[in-house]
Design a protein around this ligand. Structure first.
Ligand SMILES: Nc1ncnc2c1ncn2[C@@H]1O[C@H](COP(=O)(O)OP(=O)(O)OP(=O)(O)O)[C@@H](O)[C@H]1O
Ligand SMILES: [Mg+2]
Length: 283
């Protein structure tokens, strides 16, 4: 079943000159056709300014198309009466952990979303416990956010979204300000939530994260220029590089070993695969 469908989605923004006068407009999205299956784990890649965040904001009706359409579970995002259902079904987590904390106690922070949805207080308490548990942060319920690491703050932000019982969570470069441990913890959380049935959409500059996805979309110039499984995408090294991206480190290493004459079959996506392939090649 489809969770998201976009049809020839275009988004135009007004441009302003140095005097603040309107100076025409530019297209941030130039015709995006894509579908995201319910329950899947999707990665969206693309160089800076390629349109990833603009696209993601169409998935929970924060933005609506200038041309074309976006449907969430069949609901047209341009129809005002659908917006509430769309917003409550899809949550977003952004880049900066410090901009997403709204209160001085974790518990209140996680309660913010369901309170706004008008959920009654006993149910909110239940959801806070459940959400913090799912991101492995139960011990911090009465803590202040300012003492947490970046990765812990992002997990609290995810808990805040979970407390609204979403069907889909979008992480827009949510790991980009984190250290390797923080990133690994977020990745574990993402995979667990996806395994529990939540559609996960991860916008990222880390190819290693995209390697875990069911499906990868590569954007450039406001459109999707490549889509497929990570294995399909990272087999197309030249196109990936032309889009301003690189291969996961282990895939790149495998390519170079092959160039040096070691007989391994590409693409390689994991350390285990590379180890096995090299051992076989030198056997
Ligand atoms: N509100 C806005 N008004 C005008 N132009 C915008 C607006 N938001 C985005 N843009 C422009 O649209 C294009 C795509 O921006 P977007 O933020 O979607 O890219 P991105 O792929 O998320 O980039 P990054 O990797 O830097 O986050 C850029 O040229 C950007 O300057
Ligand atoms: Mg962005």
């Amino acid at each position: 079943m489809e969770y998201i469908r976009t049809e020839q989605l275009k988004k135009k923004f007004r441009r302003f000159d140095e005097n603040g006068e309107e100076a025409g407009s530019t297209y941030a999205l130039t015709g995006v056709d894509m579908t995201v299956e319910a329950g899947s784990f999707v990665a969206i890649l693309g160089r800076n300014g390629s349109g990833k965040s603009t696209l993601a904001k169409h998935f929970n009706a924060l933005l609506t198309p200038s041309e074309g359409s976006v449907y969430i579970e069949g609901l047209d995002t341009k129809d005002d009466k659908n917006v509430r259902a769309i917003r409550s079904g899809t949550g977003m987590v952004f880049q900066n952990p410090d901009n997403q904390m709204v209160s001085s106690i974790i518990e209140e922070d996680v309660a913010f979303g369901p309170e706004n949805l008008g959920v009654e207080s006993r149910e909110i308490a239940r959801r806070i416990d459940e959400s913090l548990k799912r991101v492995n942060m139960s011990a911090y319920i009465h803590h202040a956010p300012n003492r947490l690491s970046g990765g812990q703050k992002q997990r609290i932000a995810i808990a805040g979204v979970l407390a609204m019982r979403p069907k889909c969570i979008i992480l827009d470069e949510a790991t980009s300000m984190l250290d390797p441990q923080g990133r690994a913890d977020i990745m574990d959380t993402v995979r667990e939530l996806n395994a529990a049935g939540i559609t996960m959409i991860m916008i990222t500059h880390f190819m290693e994260e995209a390697a875990h996805a069911d499906k990868v979309f590569v954007m450039d110039g406001g459109r999707v220029i490549m889509s497929g499984t990570p294995r399909e995408i990272f087999a197309r090294r030249d196109e990936v590089m032309a889009a301003g991206l690189r291969l996961p480190m282990v895939s790149e290493l495998a390519c170079r070993l092959k160039e040096e004459g070691i007989d391994i079959e590409l693409p390689i996506l994991t350390e285990e695969e590379l180890t096995a392939a090299v051992l076989q090649a030198v056997d």
